[in-house]
Write a protein that binds this ligand. Structure first.
Ligand SMILES: C[S@@+](CC[C@H](N)C(=O)[O-])C[C@H]1O[C@@H](n2cnc3c(N)ncnc32)[C@H](O)[C@@H]1O
Length: 281
C-alpha cells in the first residue's frame, strides 16, 4: 500500500537513510530555497525558513549534493524535477547536466503566473523554471500525456481543425489544410497557472506555497497510481496533499518545524478520509 510520510529532518540525512532502506521513487520533486538571500516568514510573522547564503557557491554545492542523493533514489523509469527561478537556475542546469548527464535532460517547463503588476525599472518577473531529468535515458520514462485546450489565438486563426502543411513540387510550403478536429492538444512546456488566491481553500499561511494544479500536472504525467514521490523540500505540504488525492505514496521532508506542523495540519483531514496512512517523524 502506498503511504504518505512527513518527516522532520535534514533532507540529506533522511535521503541517505531512505537509500539504505532500499526505498525508490518514480518522481523526485525538488522545490528548494531559490537563493534569494531572504528570510521567509508565515503570514503571522513566524520564521519559516532562511534562504540566506554565504555565497552562491555554497548554495550550489549543497544543491548538487542533494540532487545526487535524489537521483540515486529514482527507479529506472523515474524522473526528477527541480523547481527554481532565474536567481540560480542557469547555474543549476549545468550542475544537473553533470549529475545526470546532459543526455538525461528532458524538459524545461516555464510556470507562468500572474500577480498584481508593480512599476519597476525592469520587465516584471512572472515565471519560474522547472527542469526535468530522466534517471536512465535508455529506459522509457513514465509519461502520461496530458492535454490542454487550444489557445484562443490559434482558435481565432485556425479553428479546431488540425493543420497539415501542403508543399509544392519544389518542396515549398504553400498553404495549410485542416484535417481532423482537435479541440484539445498535448500539454506544452509553458504552463499558465495562477498563484494561489488568498480566498482559495488550498491556501495556507506558509510562504512559497506552490499551487496544487502545478504539482498535480507533474504527479499525473510522471507517475502512475500506486507509485511514490520524493519531496525533500516539503514546505506547506503541497506534494503530499496532491499525492493523497491522486492515490500516490509520498515521502516529504523538511527541516523547519513550522513547515512540518503546517503540512501535518493540511494532511490530517485528507488522510482521515482516504485509504492512505501518515507517519510523521
Ligand atoms: C520553497 S519551500 C517549499 C515549498 C513547498 N513546495 C510548498 O508548496 O509549500 C522550501 C522548503 O525547504 C525547506 N528546506 C530547506 N533546506 C532544507 C534541508 N536542507 N532539509 C530539509 N528541508 C529544507 C525549507 O524549510 C522550506 O520549507
Amino acid at each position: 500500500m502506498s503511504s504518505i510520510r512527513i518527516i522532520h529532518g535534514e533532507n540529506e540525512d533522511v535521503m541517505e537513510s531512505l537509500y539504505a532502506g532500499g526505498e525508490r521513487f518514480a518522481l523526485a520533486y525538488l522545490d528548494p530555497p531559490f537563493a534569494s538571500q531572504r528570510d521567509y516568514k508565515t503570514a503571522s510573522g513566524e520564521l519559516a525558513f532562511s534562504d540566506k547564503w554565504r555565497n552562491l557557491e555554497t548554495y550550489l554545492n549543497e544543491l548538487e549534493h542533494r540532487l545526487t542523493l535524489a537521483r540515486d533514489l529514482l527507479i529506472d523509469e523515474g524522473s526528477l524535477v527541480l523547481h527554481l527561478d532565474c536567481s540560480a537556475v542557469h547555474e543549476a542546469k549545468l550542475i544537473c547536466d553533470k549529475v545526470f548527464g546532459r543526455v538525461c535532460f528532458a524538459s524545461e517547463i516555464i510556470w507562468r503566473y500572474r500577480r498584481w503588476p508593480a512599476k519597476t525599472r525592469n520587465f516584471q518577473r512572472m515565471h519560474d523554471v522547472l527542469l526535468r531529468y530522466v534517471r536512465d535515458p535508455n529506459v522509457e520514462c513514465r509519461f502520461n500525456q496530458l492535454c490542454e485546450p487550444l489557445a484562443n489565438s490559434t482558435l481565432e486563426q485556425w479553428g479546431t481543425g488540425k493543420q497539415r502543411a501542403v508543399h509544392n513540387t519544389a518542396g515549398r510550403r504553400v498553404r495549410s489544410i485542416a484535417t481532423e478536429e482537435a479541440a484539445l492538444v498535448p500539454l506544452s512546456d509553458v504552463w499558465e497557472i495562477s498563484i494561489i488566491a488568498p480566498s482559495s481553500d488550498e491556501r495556507t499561511v506558509y510562504p512559497t506555497q506552490k499551487p496544487e494544479e502545478l504539482i498535480w500536472r507533474l504527479v499525473e504525467s510522471l507517475t502512475n497510481v500506486g507509485d511514490s514521490v520524493l519531496d525533500p523540500y516539503c514546505g506547506s505540504g503541497s506534494v503530499p496533499a496532491v499525492c493523497a488525492k491522486r492515490d500516490r505514496g509520498c515521502v516529504s521532508i523538511d527541516s523547519s518545524p513550522v513547515a512540518i506542523r503546517m503540512a501535518n495540519e493540511r494532511l490530517a483531514p485528507l488522510l482521515a478520509q482516504g485509504s492512505l496512512f501518515a507517519r510523521s517523524q
